[in-house]
Design a protein around this ligand. Structure first.
Ligand code: NAD
Length: 290
C-alpha cells in the first residue's frame, strides 16, 4: 500500500482563508488583531520561527508587535514587557518564543501572560481548561494535528490513537484533546519510560510521533492502514544540502509510507498547521476582546 501524503500547506492555506475572513470582519469594526511577539536572544531556529509567524500574521491582515530582547535580558525586565503587553488593549495575544535562555524561569514567564492573551495555550489556566474540557486556548501543534486528521476525514471516535512523546507543548495536550468527548479517541501515551514501544504503536489506528528523534518510528512499528502523523522536526547532517543539514521527522517516511494509509511529510505536514492554528488563536483572542 502506498500512503496518501497529507498536504499540510494546503490545509494551512484553507484555514488561513477562514481567518482572513474573520480578520476582515474585525477590521471593518475598527479592530486590527495584534500579536505581541517576544524573542529573547538570537537562536537561529527561534528567529526563523518568529519570522515565519509574523509573515503569516501580515498575510492574513493581522499586526504584530515585535520585541527583540538581548540574550542577557534579566527575568524582571522580560516580565515587565509582558505586563505592558497584558495592559495594552491594542494587543490581543502574546507569544514568548521558547526556549528562553537558561537564566530565565520559563514557568514564571508563561504564568505572567494574561490567560485571555495566551494564544500559545501554555498558561496553567489554559492547560486546566483543556484538561477540564472547558473553552480556552489550545496549544497550536496539537490543535493542528487534530485539524489535519479531521481535514483528511480520518475517523477519530473510538479510534486508538497512540502518542509518542509527553512534552507540555505537544504530547500531553494532544492526549487531552484527543480524549475529549467530542473527539472520543482512545489514547495511549508513550514516552522514554515505555517498555517495548512497538507493542503499542502496532496497535495504533492513528500514530502520532512527537519524540524529537529522527527515524524513531520504522515501518515494522506501524499497523497496516494506520494514519501516521509526524510532528518531529530534526536536523540531520547532510553535506549535499546547502545548509549542511536537512530536516527529518521522527518517522522513517519511505518505509512508513508503504504501510500507512495516510502520512504527513516533514517538512510540509504538521509545521504549516502549527502556524495556521496560531493565527486562529490570535483572531479568536481579538474577537473575545470585543
Ligand atoms: P521534547 O523533547 O520536549 O519531548 C519529547 C518527548 O518524547 C519526551 O517527552 C520523551 O519522553 C519522548 N521521547 C523521546 N525519545 C523517546 C523514545 N526513544 N521513545 C519514546 N519516547 C521518547 O520535544 P517536543 O517539544 O514535544 O517536540 C517533539 C518534536 O516535535 C521535536 O522534533 C520538535 O522539533 C517537534 N515539534 C514540531 C512542531 C511543529 O510545528 N511541527 C512543534 C513543536 C515541536
Amino acid at each position: 500500500m502506498a500512503a496518501l501524503v497529507i498536504d499540510g500547506k494546503a490545509a494551512a492555506q484553507k484555514s488561513g482563508e477562514e481567518v482572513r475572513e474573520r480578520v476582515r470582519f474585525l477590521r471593518e469594526k475598527g479592530t486590527i488583531p495584534c500579536l505581541g511577539v517576544i524573542l529573547v536572544g538570537e537562536d537561529p531556529a527561534s528567529l526563523s520561527y518568529v519570522t515565519a509567524k509574523e509573515k503569516a500574521l501580515a498575510e492574513t491582515g493581522m499586526a504584530s508587535r515585535d520585541l527583540r530582547l538581548a540574550a542577557d535580558t534579566d527575568e524582571a525586565t522580560l516580565l515587565s514587557h509582558i505586563a505592558a503587553l497584558n495592559e495594552d488593549p491594542a494587543v490581543h495575544g502574546i507569544l514568548v518564543q521558547l526556549p528562553l535562555p537558561a537564566h530565565i524561569r520559563e514557568d514564571r514567564v508563561i504564568s505572567a501572560i494574561d490567560p485571555r492573551k495566551d494564544v500559545d495555550g501554555f498558561h496553567p489556566v489554559s492547560v486546566g481548561n483543556l484538561v477540564l474540557g472547558k473553552r480556552g486556548f489550545v496549544p497550536c501543534t496539537p490543535q493542528g494535528v487534530v485539524t489535519l486528521l479531521r481535514e483528511m476525514n480520518i475517523p477519530l471516535a473510538g479510534a486508538h490513537a497512540v502518542v509518542v512523546g509527553r512534552s507540555n507543548i505537544v504530547g500531553k495536550p494532544l492526549v487531552n484533546l484527543l480524549s475529549r468527548r467530542e473527539i472520543n479517541a482512545t489514547v495511549t501515551l508513550c514516552h522514554t519510560g515505555t517498555r517495548d514501544l512497538a507493542r503499542y504503536t502496532l496497535d495504533a489506528d492513528i500514530l502520532i510521533a512527537a519524540a524529537g528523534k529522527a527515524g524513531l518510528i520504522t515501518a515494522d512499528m506501524i499497523r497496516e492502514g494506520a494514519a501516521v502523523i509526524d510532528v518531529g522536526v530534526n536536523r540531520v547532517p547532510d553535506p549535499s544540502a546547502k545548509k549542511g543539514y536537512r530536516l527529518r521527522g521522527d518517522v522513517d517516511f519511505e518505509g512508513a509510507a508503504e504501510r500507512a494509509s495516510v502520512i504527513t511529510p516533514v517538512p510540509g505536514g504538521v509545521g504549516p498547521m502549527t502556524i495556521a492554528m496560531l493565527l486562529r488563536n490570535v483572531v479568536q483572542a481579538a474577537e473575545d476582546s470585543e
